[in-house]
Design a protein around this ligand. Structure first.
Ligand SMILES: N[C@@H](CCC(=O)N[C@@H](CS)C(=O)NCC(=O)O)C(=O)O
Length: 232
């Protein structure tokens, strides 16, 4: 009997899309289960009692949480179309830049969408500084890739949110982080990634994302905005 693969996700989650893209690039059939993260189901609480977050992958009876852990599990379980390079140093570098982008780019890019004033400017600056370092890594290459730069690899998936979610956050937050003149390689990569058949057909509707993140921004600011003065 064929193995059963289920992905529990949330339609607007860039983390869940990492897993969906990896499964599609590998050609692994899976069942997608939508979770309401604002009214969590018992299923999610049972599958991921530690973080109570999506994505969660269920492979036969095995449960795996955290998008990067899931990506590595997928890469090791279905070895076709490898995502991580074979060479240990290249693997280490893909993980290094993935960690860097998650810690130094995602956080300020996300908060700059809904922060205001000086905090917003500071977050935008941090995001652009991090993006500069990623631009240097990509320079002249089609993709970050795995063993070569011709196909989508682990790091491309890890930071794939830059191609689709970041422009939405920029629009919502009336800001520009991914400036095509400053970041020509990332800009070309973004267009290429979004045009890839496995990615192109696995994206949430942009207008729905815009509406969702507009609302999220307002909620987050009304909740945390008053704490800005104590954040300095
Ligand atoms: N580090 C986690 C982040 C996952 C995450 O933040 N998921 C969000 C959806 S975008 C979630 O489930 N949020 C529910 C919550 O925070 O309670 C990963 O990479 O999988």
């Amino acid at each position: 009997m064929a193995a059963q693969v289920k992905l529990v996700g949330f339609w607007a989650s860039p983390f869940a899309f990492r897993v969906e893209w990896a499964l599609k690039l590998k050609g692994v059939e899976f069942e997608y289960i939508e979770e309401d993260i604002f009214n969590k189901s018992n299923r999610l609480l049972e599958l991921n009692p530690v973080h109570k977050k999506v994505p969660v992958l269920v492979h036969d009876q095995k449960i795996i949480a955290e998008s990067f852990v899931i990506l590595e599990y997928i890469d090791e379980t279905w070895t076709q179309n490898p995502l991580l390079p074979q060479d240990p140093h290249k693997r280490a570098m893909a993980r290094f830049w993935t960690k860097f982008a998650e810690e130094k780019l995602l956080e300020p890019a996300w908060t700059s969408m809904w922060y205001k004033g000086e905090e917003k400017e500071r977050a935008e600056k941090l995001a652009m500084e991090a993006l500069e370092k990623i631009e240097e890594q990509l320079k002249g290459n089609k993709y970050f890739g795995g063993d070569d730069h011709d196909t989508i690899g682990y790091l491309d998936i890890a930071i794939g949110w830059i191609s689709y979610w970041l422009p939405v956050w920029e629009e919502v937050g009336s800001m520009k982080i991914l400036d095509p003149e400053k970041f020509p390689s990332i800009t070309a990569w973004k267009i290429r990634l979004l045009d890839h058949p496995k990615i192109r057909d696995s994206l949430p509707p942009r207008d729905k994302l815009l509406e969702y993140f507009h609302k999220r921004s307002q909620v987050l600011y009304s909740y945390y905005g008053s704490q800005f003065s104590s954040m300095n």
